[in-house]
Design a protein. Structure first.
Length: 538
């Protein structure tokens, strides 16, 4: 997550901070203001704060703490094939010998909230000595994510995991910062606010992790606003936004098979909303086709797609005796468990291996802010926005129901909230659309209330995440160093990282929401005459 204040470097280079977007079908001159410390320094500070917040989450948990990390870590270590001491051949074709700390053997704390990560100290940090039976050498997932992360594999497994997480954090910060810099000022919140509102706590734990779901969330969050707003621009800004859209589609599709579907859905959705302008935007049509081609390629080459195609059935579960229509009825009533689980609400609102529960104050505060923002956004509707919101809401029903019925399971048995978080981010962004900007305005009191609510929720979630692994959740001291059983070698006290991460998130939240307090000028209000907003119509 990266968020910009006035005067980002990218915007200065490609057309200046705050220059209105080019009207569709019309050229406009661009003035390039002089770069100054006063304009660049705030951008640098907020970007560093965003990275600092994700870095705190990177260090909040030990190797293997992300969902299914036994599979993902082994896949990363074996992404480049066989190599001595890193990934060696096993007794059968389905087995690879990897370092113990990069396999499921070291997950001694998983599923037990009272167990700290100190039990990992009994395992060696290097040397391929454990036969892993689960990994992407069977081609279940698209390979791009694992191949990229394998670049940072080292002899010391914990050190390599930290590097991968920090790189993932930098990638998220960099991509959102680039998108925000390319977007016109009135559209800039589309790059930042949806991620901000939906990131606590699940998104914050996945973006800086070794789980490919982080790339899917990031890719969808940046793909649709880049492509949508590109139709309002011309010249270098349009080319830059088109490039971001293709890159985002590649990240989302190269991580998971459902990311391929979400990326293709985002592209098609934008093309439907901008159908009147396709003839006059050949660059964007070409970028859309490239993004669709990338999504199709990774989807068809991933064995994980068999789940979506309905070729896989679950083992014996509680739903084994139910018919398909009974499954549809029962699961439809339970879908909110999946939607709100990303906010730590309900029985699926746990992080890690579904073993890190959060106090209910976290979902109450986050959902309250999210709901109020969504309610305000829904007050300003126009045909294109209504179509987009309706299709994404339908996807939030159809996609999980299809997976649940095809695998013959109930909510809570297979599909997890992280699978739907990209759609939730997409929905939040579409709700914020206005004909000439974003449909969100805050009073000064509303700004500070939102900063306080999100800041407290984030700080509490980060503290719980760290406490769960430092000593186990059976310890409840405020100071994280109290009864400390696990922490990274050579790093300062964990309490310091918690305080810094909390302060960074609060600062980023204020920087993102502060521009929304300003009263819109007559030139940018969404109550302009009907004909001025033709580009927003289907």
């Amino acid at each position: 997550m990266a968020f910009l204040v006035d005067g980002p470097v990218v915007a200065l280079i490609l057309g200046g901070s705050g220059v209105p977007a080019f009207p569709v079908g019309r050229a406009s001159a661009v003035s390039v203001p002089a770069m100054s410390v006063r304009r660049v320094l705030p951008w640098i500070l907020v970007t560093l704060a965003a990275w600092g917040c994700l870095a705190a989450w990177s260090l909040a948990s030990p190797p293997g703490s992300s969902p299914d990390d036994d599979y993902h870590m082994a896949s990363i270590w074996c992404a480049d094939g066989f190599e001595a001491g890193r990934c060696e051949a096993g007794d059968t074709d389905d087995v690879r010998v990897v370092p113990t700390r990069a396999s499921g053997a070291s997950l001694c704390y998983a599923t037990d909230p009272s167990a700290s990560a100190a039990c990992q100290d009994a395992f060696p940090d290097s040397g391929a000595d454990y036969p892993a039976v689960h990994g992407n050498w069977t081609g279940a997932y698209p390979p791009l994510y694992y191949e990229f992360m394998s670049t940072f594999v080292g002899v010391d497994v914990p050190r390599a995991i930290v590097v991968m997480r920090l790189v993932a954090s930098a990638l998220a910060v960099g991509l959102v910062a680039l998108l925000a810099g390319l977007l016109p000022r009135r559209r800039r919140p589309l790059a930042t606010v949806p991620l901000l509102l939906t990131s606590i706590p699940l998104g914050m734990s996945l973006l800086p992790s070794t789980n490919p779901s982080g790339w899917t969330i990031l890719g969808i969050a940046t793909l649709w606003p880049a492509l949508y707003v590109a139709f309002e621009t011309r010249g270098p800004r349009q080319w830059g936004l088109a490039a971001v859209a293709v890159l985002s589609a590649t990240l989302a599709s190269g991580a998971r098979a459902d990311g391929c579907l979400f990326a293709a859905m985002s592209v098609v959705l934008v093309l439907m909303l901008r159908v009147r302008h396709l003839r006059t935007s050949p660059v964007l049509v070409a970028a859309s086709l490239v993004a669709l081609g990338i999504s199709a390629y990774y989807f068809l080459s991933a064995g994980q797609a068999v789940v979506i195609n309905g070729d896989m059935r679950a083992a014996e579960t509680a739903a084994a005796v139910l018919t398909k229509w009974q499954l549809v009825m029962v699961n439809t009533g339970a879908l909110p468990v999946l939607w709100l689980g990303s906010f730590a609400a309900g029985p699926m609102g746990r992080a890690g291996w579904l073993d890190t529960g959060f106090p209910q104050l976290v979902p109450v505060l986050v959902i309250a802010v999210w709901f109020l923002v969504v309610a305000q956004g829904l007050r300003r509707m126009f045909p294109a926005k209504a179509l987009g919101v309706g299709l994404v809401v339908a996807a939030l029903f159809v996609h999980p129901l299809y997976l649940l019925v095809q695998t013959h399971v109930l909510v809570g048995e297979a599909v997890q909230p992280r699978y739907l978080l990209p759609l939730l981010v997409l929905l939040t962004g579409l709700v914020l659309l206005a004909p000439r900007g974003v449909a969100l305005r805050l009073t000064p009191a509303g700004l500070w209330a939102a900063v306080a609510a999100l800041g407290v929720a984030h700080s509490l979630a980060l503290h719980v995440q760290m406490r769960r692994y430092i000593s186990g959740q059976d310890v409840s001291w405020l100071r994280l160093g109290k009864q400390q059983e696990w922490w990274w070698d050579g790093l300062p006290t964990p309490t310091l990282f918690w305080l810094v991460g909390s302060a960074c998130f609060a600062a980023v939240t204020w920087a993102v929401l502060r521009p929304l307090v300003a009263v819109p000028s007559p030139a940018t209000t969404d109550h302009a005459p009907e004909g001025r907003h033709a580009e927003e119509r289907v």
